[in-house]
Design a protein around this ligand. Structure first.
Ligand code: ADP
Length: 319
């Protein structure tokens, strides 16, 4: 293999830049040429592809977002779109591609794999919902952003003795809400993976008020319902007045944490190692702090599982 490509796709995540840097530097270190494919599969189809040098990825390890930009590209879901993308890769002499993104982006990489083209998936999403890896790039940074926001909300919740509902991102996965809820000491965490017992929540909220608790924080994953919908339900069954905070896109931005920079650097380099070894159709990940790689089909066909021990612990600690 002489020439590889790299793209970022789907929702951006802090640490994607560190992953791009690792791919480019590792590849050049091993004598490969690297091409950046801009705007994800959109740029692949339209041929928005440029050669990258060592300096192309200078001064980006600490930056959120992605210098290669990202896009949602419905056209790539069609066989026709995929063929157009493959044609561009062949015309540019690119022999393998590293795809940094979430599960949708992995399905794109799987489609290229099915066409016989070598692709490696690197998990980049704040949702932490990719099957086969314990952590995805961006999750730790987003988690810290949410915790910081909740700590601040707690100050005002406490001063005004209020119940706050905080809506957290994560698409259909509850990881971000759950981990943030546990780490920020939320009283209730509502996630798509577990049914919420409204009656138990009511009892807990009212008991808390009885024993003089000044405030409550309820974290709701966006995959369940919106924060304002949940607030209405809480008021309906408890009579408690609530305030809603939707954290929104701030959760996707910011300088990546040390953990995300490390993960991105290690996984980006691992992806290049696999291509160098002539492997394609693989996804890279981390398990017990060891780097792993596995069939990308596993990541696209199995359902994501959240760590229910953490959910149980959150319940025990929020009595
Ligand atoms: P994420 O990668 O963050 O999960 P999306 O689900 O939006 O984000 O997927 C990103 C892009 O991946 C889509 O815009 C599309 O170009 C591509 N993609 C998603 N699903 C498929 C599919 N089934 N086949 C081919 N490409 C897909």
């Amino acid at each position: 293999m002489k020439r590889i490509g790299v793209l970022t796709s789907g929702g951006d995540a802090p640490g994607m830049n560190a992953a791009i840097r690792a791919v480019v530097r590792k590849a050049i270190y091993h004598g490969l040429e690297v091409y950046g494919i801009y705007q994800g599969y959109q740029g692949l189809i339209s041929g928005h592809i440029k050669k990258m040098e060592i300096g192309s990825v200078g001064d980006i390890i600490h930056r959120g977002g992605t210098i290669l930009h990202s896009a949602r590209c419905p056209e790539f879901q069609s066989a026709d779109g995929q063929k157009k993308g493959l044609k561009q890769l062949i015309e540019h002499g690119i022999e393998g591609v590293v795809v940094i993104g979430g599960d949708g982006s992995y399905r794109g990489a799987k489609a290229l794999t099915d066409l016989g083209y070598p692709c490696i998936g690197v998990p980049g999403t704040i949702d932490n919902d990719i099957v086969g890896t314990e952590f995805t790039i961006g999750f730790d940074t987003a988690l810290n952003t949410v915790i910081d926001a909740v700590d601040k909300i707690r100050d005002t919740a406490s001063s005004h003795e209020r119940t706050f509902i905080v809506e957290v991102m994560g698409r259909s996965a509850g990881d971000l809400a759950l981990w943030a809820g546990l780490a920020a000491g939320a009283e209730t965490i509502v996630i798509p993976e577990e049914p919420i017992d409204m009656e138990a929540m009511k009892v807990r909220l009212l008991k808390g008020l009885e024993r003089g608790k000044k405030h409550s924080i309820i974290i709701v994953a966006e995959g369940v319902m919106s924060g304002s919908e949940f607030a209405e339900k809480v008021t309906e069954i408890t009579g408690i007045d609530t305030r809603v905070s939707v954290l929104g896109h701030m959760q996707r931005g910011g300088s990546p944490t040390a953990a995300d920079r490390m993960l991105a650097s290690r996984l980006g380099a691992k992806a290049v190692e696999l291509l160098l070894a002539g492997k394609g159709g693989r996804a890279v990940g981390v398990e017990c702090n060891e780097l792993i790689d596995y069939d990308i089909t596993e990541a696209t066909s199995l359902p994501h599982k959240l760590d229910l021990d953490i959910y149980r612990l959150s319940k025990e600690l929020s009595i």
